[in-house]
Write a protein of this length. Structure first.
Ligand code: ATP
Ligand code: MG
Ligand code: MG
Ligand code: MG
Length: 452
């Protein structure tokens, strides 16, 4: 929704008053970070496609709810008893009352009161980030055969803006932004148990099965062991995310998130599936399932594979060095063994700095500055920082961290744009250079304390 922010805030005239779209979504950091959940369930991905319809000051709640219901019950042939609907039950801090209008709309559409539930801000007040357009939302959930619910569609009524001072102000015009998870809807329509059983993921899972070597002591195929299945799901998910990002021109050298997810994938490929070269093979499967929709996956395939291979080699080198350093670290800080994870980027130096700083810091809260340093200088992802805090019975100052992170991203964006401003499309030119000159990851070895 980023490109429409100005429209919602009334600063830019809308390009049209209604729109429908499909967005590529990656949720691996910040407010909507799903990275840790991925693989543990069947419906959260790092990359997914979100289908949506938009109203820029045109239709509002009544029409949005009616259209969603008509699509689900009409062409998609769902039954009302398959669905549960939630709406905003109000929040004193935000200063908004229960969204009775929304509740009554659903009632008049025919949703039974027993299938209609009011929920608080955590579930039914949608926010883009720490600031920006926001508003009450209403969510449609699918009732799985085991009775559990999967959220399929979120209808957001954009009527507010979260200001930098944290207050929520009303906007002069009202808008609609809805998001439906394509993979989740595919699961329902294909009548399979999880997103990984749909035709979007099955070819990738089959390719992992076919190309993995000696995955004993398991039988080796998907759905033979709970832990192994989680690895299958993670790798299949990450392969899509990495492929789509590389084809879009995101570089692991400039995106720490991408770099770390690539490393996680190399780790799974090496440790579980005993084939460090799975990623380039899986790229071809992603092309098979998504290439016709996103042709850049096809045109950028050679570049993407060069990057994958380069990063794979760098990973193998790094790993050899880290195993040695890890062994030294465990002697000084025996609790580290419980992390069980040899190859967190920058771990030995970062952990030492963390322990030394916290021993001087008289508090059980890890300050935002230290969290940011672990992230930026030592290359730790948020989930790993959380695990380090848990291991030491500490909590982390997330707000302080996010503030520093958003400042850093702003700076990074500006300098990246400046560097590339004369080169036409922001990333495409870099890809061409890459092919001409060969790919070389930024020399950030000093940052992560490993030898690339
Ligand atoms: P959930 O509660 O399941 O985490 P959400 O409330 O965070 O979902 P929204 O931000 O409302 O999700 O996004 C709109 C829709 O996008 C969701 O209704 C869902 O269908 C889909 N979606 C959200 N997150 C993911 C994800 N990580 N992987 C796949 N689909 C997702
Ligand atoms: Mg979520
Ligand atoms: Mg939700
Ligand atoms: Mg939602």
């Amino acid at each position: 929704m980023n490109q429409f922010k100005g429209v919602f805030l009334g600063k830019v005239a809308p390009p049209c008053i209604r729109a429908v779209n499909s967005q590529k979504c990656v949720r691996v950091g910040g407010k909507h970070n799903d990275l840790e959940v991925v693989g543990t369930d069947g419906h959260h991905h790092t990359f997914f496609e979100m289908l949506g319809n938009w109203s820029f000051g045109d239709y509002y709640k009544k029409e949005a709810c009616q259209m969603a219901w008509d699509l689900l019950l009409g062409p998609y042939r769902l039954k009302p008893e398959d669905l549960v609907v939630t709406y905003f039950s109000g929040d004193a801090i935000i200063g908004l009352p229960e969204d009775r209008e929304c509740r009554d709309i659903w009632k008049s559409i025919g949703v039974a009161p027993s299938r209609l539930k009011g929920l608080g801000a955590a579930d039914n007040f949608w926010e883009m980030g720490t600031t920006g357009p926001c508003g009450p939302c209403t969510e449609i959930h699918y009732v799985n055969p085991d009775g559990s619910l999967t959220e399929i569609w979120n209808l957001v009524f954009i009527q507010c803006n979260r200001e930098t001072d944290g207050s929520v102000k009303q906007l002069s015009r009202h808008h609609v932004d809805t998001g439906m998870g394509l993979e989740r809807m595919a699961t329902i329509l294909q009548q399979v148990p999880s997103n990984y059983d749909t035709d979007l993921f099955q070819p990738i899972i089959k390719a992992i099965e076919k190309n993995s070597k000696d995955v004993s002591p398991y039988t080796g195929s998907y759905k033979s062991d709970a832990l192994l299945d989680c690895a299958y799901r993670r790798l299949a998910d990450h392969a899509r995310m990495i492929s789509v990002c590389l084809a879009d021109g995101v570089f692991p050298a400039s995106s720490l998130n991408l770099k770390q997810i690539m490393r996680k994938s190399f780790k799974i490929s090496t440790d579980i599936f005993k084939n460090p070269n799975l990623l380039p093979l899986l790229y071809d499967e992603v092309v098979q399932t998504l290439g016709s929709t996103y042709p850049e996956l096809i045109s950028k395939a050679p570049d993407a594979k060069v990057i994958m291979e380069h990063e794979g080699q760098a990973y193998a080198k790094m790993r050899a060095g880290l195993v040695k350093k890890w062994k030294e670290l465990v002697v000084v800080y025996p609790e580290v063994e419980a992390m069980g994870d040899v190859e967190m980027a920058g771990f030995p130096l970062g952990y030492k700095e963390f322990k030394e700083t916290m021993s001087k810091h008289n508090s059980t809260i890890v300050p935002g500055e230290l969290v940011f340093k672990l992230y930026d200088t030592h290359g730790f992802q948020e989930d790993i920082i959380q695990r380090i805090a848990d291991l030491n019975n500490l909590t982390i100052d997330k707000k302080g961290f996010w503030k520093l992170l958003s400042k850093h991203k702003q700076r990074h964006k500006t300098s990246f744009k400046e560097q590339n401003s004369n080169k036409g499309l922001l990333f495409d030119e870099s890809i061409d250079n890459l092919l001409k000159n060969g790919y070389k990851s930024t020399d950030d070895s000093h940052k992560y304390n490993y030898e690339v």
